[in-house]
Write a protein that binds this ligand. Structure first.
Ligand SMILES: [Zn+2]
Length: 318
């Protein structure tokens, strides 16, 4: 039986005499449809190749079939109608086909020793690999990607949310929360999540990215660590004119009194602020970055005033 199961990705409307082995990922709510087929409930199944296919059951068959279907249980399914999903808006799985299950379908629970574990079938995209055009809906992820505070994901019409699924990742997160309860409470109480309260620490080696990987990020904004040799690009001025009150760039040349366009401070000439371009290089590539203010001062080991008065050209390594 097992070796005759057809993977979900091989099923289409032309497939005949097939059956498949799948785990039930989600059960939808009853959708009231005005179409002639009537109301239906939507289910999502996944197989061991991590393909997800949606199935629908119409009201007339629902009472009979719905009670047979339990979340995260494994089933053999066959003799269901396969149809193509014409509008991607209604595609909830990873393939553009859906099954319609009826009383005539073959639906058999797989015995415990042969059933799948959810984590074998659940397609999880690591956050780092989410790298698609945020302006387009991503059919495989069924989420809307944005760039608010870096990469963010939002729900869209066909987003599915599986709450607390029984997989190792959720179990380890729960254990972590229990073991670090005091820390987690302190983060909330002291608002340690606010940017100014965060300390920059040397990241773990596994969190460091190679420069060519960073350069290959297409559209989304990501915060990442690199470990690189920094050199200051030649022939740059190293400082810019900034407002002495708010540190924003001042349009005025050094020594000329003006009014700040950001904070409205008037009657003052700008002060120098360090700002320059550095090259970051590792064995995989080179990246340019802008460094300014206290970070620039630390790297250069000169203050903005010293640089301004001496017009130094410096090259350094960190
Ligand atoms: Zn200002």
């Amino acid at each position: 039986m097992e070796d005759r199961c057809v993977p979900l990705r091989n099923l289409d409307e032309k497939t005949v005499e097939w059956y498949t082995k799948v785990i039930l990922l989600t059960k939808g709510i009853l959708v009231n449809s005005k179409g002639k087929a009537g109301s239906f409930q939507r289910f999502l199944f996944a197989d061991k190749k991590k393909t997800v296919m949606q199935a629908v059951i119409y009201t007339k068959d629902l009472n009979f079939l719905e009670q047979k279907l339990q979340l995260y249980e494994t089933y053999y399914i066959g003799n269901a109608f396969i149809t193509k999903i014409e509008d991607p808006k209604y595609q909830y799985g990873s393939v553009p086909f859906q099954m319609t299950l009826t009383r005539k379908s073959f639906l058999e629970k797989v015995e415990r020793t042969k059933s799948y574990h959810l984590d074998e079938c659940l397609p999880i995209t690591p956050f780092w690999e989410i790298d698609v055009d945020p302006d387009k809906e991503n059919e495989n992820l069924s989420v809307k990607l944005g760039t608010f505070h870096g990469t963010c994901v939002g729900a869209q019409n066909n987003t599915k949310i599986i709450f607390d699924p029984p997989i190792p990742e959720t179990n380890s997160l729960k254990t972590w929360i229990v073991e670090n309860k005091d820390y987690a409470e302190n983060v909330i109480k002291e608002k340690l999540y606010e940017k100014q309260k965060q300390e920059v620490r040397v990241p773990k080696e596994k969190h460091i990215r190679q420069i060519n990987q960073v350069l290959n990020i297409q559209h989304t904004v990501k915060n990442c660590w690199v470990k690189a040799t920094a050199t200051i690009k030649d022939n740059q001025r190293l400082y810019t004119a900034i407002c002495p009150n708010c540190d924003n760039p001042s349009g005025a040349p050094m020594g000329i009194i003006s009014t700040c366009n950001y904070c409205g401070t008037s009657g003052k000439a700008p002060k120098p602020g360090l700002k320059f371009v550095i090259n970051l290089a590792d064995i995989t590539g080179t990246l340019q970055a802008v460094i300014q203010n206290e970070y620039a001062e630390k790297l250069l080991r000169y203050s903005a005033d010293e640089v301004y008065h001496n017009h130094l050209a410096v090259s350094t390594n960190i």
